[in-house]
Design a protein around this ligand. Structure first.
Ligand code: PEP
Ligand code: MG
Length: 328
């Protein structure tokens, strides 16, 4: 396995026409950190902080959170890490976090989860903010909020961090050199408000796992539905094209951090849509770097323009045939 990673480790993800693509990994535990040097990835584009909560028997206290975040940043060295604040609730139930008493949810994915929990249980986000800020003393802290549905949820979450910064400044603590705030685009409604949201962000990351389930109204964990709708369907491609177009004038860094980016044909389509930053599962880094080296960005972008204008029912076959015809 180590040998498998090593073959592509030092290969730079550069397209045939010379475009450097950013390839980062998704992680969530201390044990994931060796994957960074093993894959040669550019950083951690998504650190799922809820993993620590999910593997704990009790709520992780501030010291434990700080220690984890500090270890992660130290292991990453100069490579950036994007910490996503907890995405718990819904189906990721924590026995020690009391749900609204007696309430069961019929649609947990659309329920009381992620930022919705964090903003209501203010203490949760406050403790996490304090831990992240302290762990990133003297460095850049990248924070990302999950399931942002309306722009002001981003504002409210950011305000929790800023009040912790003010508090720690008063205590004369060493603060991060910079804090970059970003949002995940997972809820389609947010795409309607990118003109409002984008200017406030340092970066936006598209979570295609949740986005797909909400766009298609199809439970991502349902065995009959998980494969039914395709990431290469016109609805997804057009949706993403529109996000790229709407974000572009603001110059906000745009990443895809869902599983879609880790598959070859899907990654090819993303490149065609103008996405140049991917955060993917570590095992996919080698294959995706290889793919990037085979692609001419100009060619795939022109092909994608045609497909967006006149999509076919089976876009997977179309993209796959195009790939074969171009030696991919
Ligand atoms: C996503 O929804 O695409 C995502 C990256 O977040 P998660 O898979 O953790 O929900
Ligand atoms: Mg998600």
């Amino acid at each position: 396995r180590q040998a498998h990673y090593a073959t592509m480790r030092d290969v730079e993800p550069i397209t045939r026409d010379g475009q450097r693509i950013t390839v980062m990994i998704n992680a969530g535990l201390r044990d994931d950190m060796p994957m960074l040097p093993l894959t040669g990835a550019d950083g951690i584009g998504l650190f799922r902080t809820e993993f620590q909560f999910l593997v704990s028997a009790t709520m992780p206290q501030r010291e434990r959170q700080t220690r984890l975040y500090r270890d992660v940043l130290e292991a990453a060295g100069d490579r950036p890490v994007v910490f996503r604040t907890v995405d718990i609730g819904g189906d990721k139930v924590l026995p020690y976090l009391r749900h609204n008493e007696g309430e069961t949810e019929e649609n947990p994915a659309m329920g009381w989860r992620a930022l919705r929990v964090a903003l209501e249980r203010d203490g949760l986000l406050k403790v996490q903010a304090r831990s992240l800020i302290e762990a990133a003393a003297g460095r850049t802290l990248n924070v990302m909020f999950p399931m942002v549905t309306e722009p002001w949820e981003f504002d409210a979450a950011k305000a929790v961090f800023e009040s912790q910064v003010a508090f720690l400044r008063k205590q004369k603590k060493v603060l991060p050199e910079a804090i970059r705030y970003g949002a995940m685009l997972e809820v389609p409604a947010l795409a309607e408000c990118l003109d409002i949201l984008a200017p406030r962000l340092s970066f936006l990351s598209i979570g295609t796992n949740d986005l797909t389930q909400f766009l298609f109204a199809a439970d991502r964990a349902h065995p009959k539905l998980a494969e039914r709708y395709d990431w290469l369907s016109p609805a997804i491609l057009r949706f993403l094209a529109r996000v790229v177009r709407d974000v572009a004038p603001h110059g906000t860094a745009l990443t895809v951090c869902g599983e879609m980016g880790g598959r070859r044909l899907e990654a090819l389509a993303l490149l065609g849509l103008g996405i140049t930053r991917l955060s993917i599962t570590p095992a996919a880094v080698g294959p995706i770097k290889e793919l990037i080296g085979q692609v001419d960005l100009g060619e795939i972008r022109r092909a994608m323009e045609g497909w967006l204008r006149e999509p076919q029912a089976d876009m997977r076959r179309v993209v796959s045939q195009w790939a074969s015809a171009h030696g991919i």
